[in-house]
Structure formats: structure tokens, C-alpha cells
Design a protein around this ligand. Sequence first.
Ligand SMILES: Cc1cc2nc3c(=O)[nH]c(=O)nc-3n(C[C@H](O)[C@H](O)[C@H](O)COP(=O)(O)O)c2cc1C
Length: 145
Amino acid sequence: MPKVLIVYYSHTGNTEKMARAVAEGAKTAADVEVEVKRDEIPFRLGSYDAILIGAPTYQHNMTSNIKNFLEKVAFHNVNLKGKIGAAFGSYGWSGEAPGFVLEVMENKFGMNVLKPPLLIEYTPDDKGLEKCRELGKRAARQVSE
Ligand SMILES: Cc1cc2nc3c(=O)[nH]c(=O)nc-3n(C[C@H](O)[C@H](O)[C@H](O)COP(=O)(O)O)c2cc1C
């Protein structure tokens, strides 16, 4: 069965709410195995078919743990070429982080990314959560095709 990983960081819980809704969507869309994690060992990424990263924006950037995580994936040459990639995150006013993550996924790792990144202002409301579920569904359908 195809495997979908949702890995995220969240300081005040908003991106975490998004991550849970993304997972819900992925589970309802197709016959896929879905894991949601706050942390993952970089070289384990090779065992997933789709990787969705939740990254809130702090100081106009992704947080250092997400940055370190991506750097470790690159350092260990984990092969993610052709895997489905997506990025999402909560933000307040500028929301750069998910775009930066998606750029690394596409240009550095050669992943097949779902555009655009999904940004939700602060706490996701029902409409925002539905967008998160839609993103999960899109990713799950792509890997189960
Ligand atoms: C110290 C601090 C810096 C922040 N910097 C930014 C920023 O540069 N751009 C932005 O869009 N939002 C910024 N925010 C807002 C957060 O992205 C927002 O609160 C978001 O909901 C946090 O997501 P989380 O609950 O998943 O941690 C900042 C918030 C704090 C507390």
C-alpha cells in the first residue's frame, strides 16, 4: 500500500491542526497508509511515496528545526526524486515558509510537487480545514494512481 507521511512543526498548534486535517483528507481519499509525525529520521523518508511538510512562518522563514531537517536529508543524499511533495503552514502576515519548503523539495530533491503551497492565516477555520483535507486527498490520489 502506498505510504503518505505528514511531518510538521508547530509552536502554538495552528500548523498541527492543519496537519491533522491533511491526514484526515488523505485517509478518506484512497487506500493509503498515512502517518503524521512531529519529527522523522531523515533517511526514513525514502520509504514514503508522498511527503507533506507542515511549516509555520516565523521571522519570515521556516523554523530552524524544519531547516535542519531538510539539510540533513540533503546531507545524507536521501533519494526523494519523483516522490510526491507538498507543503503547508499557518502564518500571520507574510507566510514565506511553505513556499521555501516547496522550492527545496522541487529544486534540490527533484520531487514532484503539488502547487501552490497551502497557507492558512493563524488558526484554521472550517473552510481552512477543508482546504487542508483537500490537499491530503490530492496527495493520496496521486500516489494511489
Ligand atoms: C515571534 C513570532 C514571529 C513571527 N513571524 C512571522 C513572520 O515573519 N511572518 C508571518 O507570516 N507570520 C509570523 N508569525 C505568525 C505565526 O506564523 C502564526 O502565529 C502561526 O499561526 C504560527 O503557527 P503555529 O501555531 O503552527 O506555530 C510570527 C509569530 C511569532 C510569535
